[in-house]
Every structure is written in C-alpha cells, then in structure tokens.
Design a protein around this ligand. Structure first.
Ligand code: C2E
Ligand code: MG
Ligand code: MG
Length: 256
C-alpha cells in the first residue's frame, strides 16, 4: 500500500526516469536501436529497478499511467535523436500484460504517436508471451489493430512463458527476444545452446527477426552470431543509461 502511494507521488513529482540500453546488429556490431527501461529515482532509496515496483504498479492499476508515461517520454527522445541524425532504426518499449487485458492500449499508443510526432515505423512494442497467450483471440485482435498504426511488435522473454506454436504462427509479430536466462549458459551449457539454436531456427522459419538479451561475454555474442541471431543486447555491448549518455555517433569499435 505504501509503495503504491509513493508510486503515485513518483509519477506526479516526476521521479521516474527512462534509461536506454543499446541494441547492436551482431553482423557488424553497429548500434541499431535502443530499449527504454524505466527506473525510479527515489529521494531516499536511490535508483530503484523496475523489478521492485512494476509488479506493485500492475496490482494497483498504476501500470497504465507508468507505461503511458514511458512511451511518451521515449518517443519524444527518439524523435529528437532522429532529428539529430542518429542512425537508430528502432526504439523498443515494454508494455505490461495488464494493458492488454484493459483494451486501452491502442488508443494510448495512437495518442502518443500523434503527440510526439514519431514516425511509427521506428517504434517497437515488446509484449510477453503470457500477455498474448492468456486470451489469445483477444490479444490477436489487439495486436492486429496495433500493427495498423504502423509499428512493429516483439515477443519479450521468449521461452520463459508458454506458447502454443500454432498461435505463435498466427501472431502479427516481427521479432522474438531470446530471454537472458538462455543466453547466460552460452556457449558451454549444452541445453541452453540447444534451446537457443531452436529458437533462432523457429524465428527464422516464421520470417521473424531474432534478438538476444543479457549478452555479458564476447563468447555469447559470437555463438549467437554463428547461429544466425540478428541482434544483441546486454552489458557486454552496454548497460542501460540516461538518454544523454547514449553515444550513437561513436563508430563501432566492438568486433566479434
Ligand atoms: P526486459 O524487458 O526483459 O529488460 C531486460 C532487462 O535485463 C533489463 O532489466 C536490463 O537492464 C537487464 N539486462 C540487460 N542486459 C543485461 C545483462 O547483460 N545481464 C543482466 N544480468 N541483465 C541485463 P531492468 O531494466 O531491471 O528491467 C527488468 C524488467 O522490467 C524488464 O525486462 C521489463 O520486463 C520490465 N520493465 C522495464 N521497464 C518497463 C516499463 O517501462 N514498462 C513495463 N511494463 N515493464 C518494464
Ligand atoms: Mg523488454
Ligand atoms: Mg526480456
């Protein structure tokens, strides 16, 4: 209850921050996109990670306001970056499964795109498997409507929930994000390696892009590249940072 009350205040007093984590093309190591990740700059507790307040925000309904705020802020930022000539091709924003249940997502996203002026082709929304699989028919309809706005859709944390492959095939989704839990064991853990190979093959055969999260070591990036994974994100490439620390002008120095 107390955290919920504080969160309300955090929104009103602008204590939330959007951090951006770089996403690199594994083929040539270029920075190609960013993922927006929310933080709470608490006056006493310091920078609070989303894992500590998103679940509470979801239970209290505040999540709709938080996600709308993050979407608005990050779309404005992306608009600015593009205006400055940043070679970024996408901004990824997380969307809570709770927003799916409430069916107000379409109107919210349309509003933000209108307000910020960001070309929807640069926006990617990340949804989790469970958001989509809980009520597949409804989710399918909502995803198709979102796609009509001209944005792209990604499944986040793929492999941690349950997916019906039959349903996955019908989803208007352009990307699968391999969960960091599978990347952690690469390249030595044989189970992780097998799972990652299969997910990459699955995504490719369905015409989707594959994006791996949680890359902390160069060996992991190399394995993923060898297996045909398109994009990589993780501490090895760069941590989530405030907007002014995102250095899109730097030439790629990382070589796999
Ligand atoms: P996610 O969307 O899967 O984001 C990836 C998480 O992995 C981020 O944690 C990121 O900081 C972390 N990460 C990135 N690279 C590495 C790495 O190399 N090693 C390790 N160990 N971790 C890495 P973060 O920022 O704490 O966010 C956690 C989760 O909170 C996100 O997972 C997402 O589900 C949720 N979240 C974050 N921002 C938002 C938001 O604005 N709205 C909603 N609804 N959820 C959000
Ligand atoms: Mg995400
Ligand atoms: Mg994830």
């Amino acid at each position: 209850m107390e955290v919920a009350r504080e969160l309300r205040r955090a929104l009103d007093q602008q204590e939330l921050r959007v951090y951006y984590q770089p996403v690199h093309d594994l083929q040539d190591s270029r920075l190609v996109g960013v993922e927006a990740l929310v933080r709470w700059e608490h006056p006493e507790r310091g920078l609070v990670p989303p894992g500590e307040f998103i679940p509470i925000a979801e239970r209290t309904g505040l999540i709709a306001d938080i996600d709308a705020w993050v979407l608005d802020q990050s779309c404005r930022q992306m608009y600015q970056w593009l205006a400055q000539g940043a070679p970024l091709s996408f901004l990824a924003v997380n969307v809570s499964s709770r927003l799916f249940a409430r069916r107000e997502l379409y109107a919210q996203v349309a509003q933000v795109l209108h307000d910020t002026g960001l070309d929807p082709a640069f926006l990617e929304l990340e949804v989790t498997e469970s958001a989509v699989m809980d009520d597949p028919e409804d989710a399918l309809e909502q995803l198709h409507r979102l796609r009509e706005l001209g944005l792209r859709l990604a499944i986040d944390d793929f492999g941690t929930g349950y997916s019906s492959l039959l349903r996955l095939k019908r989803l208007p989704v352009q990307k699968l994000k391999i969960d960091q839990g599978f990347v952690a064991g690469l390249p030595w853990d044989e189970d992780d390696a097998a799972i990652v190979r299969v997910v990459i093959a699955l995504a490719k055969s369905m015409g989707m892009q594959v994006h791996a999260e949680g890359i902390e070591q160069v060996e992991q990036a190399r394995f993923l590249l060898e297996q045909g994974c398109d994009l990589g994100q993780g501490y090895w490439f760069g941590r989530p940072v405030p907007a002014h620390e995102v250095d899109w002008s730097r030439a790629p120095t990382i070589s796999l």
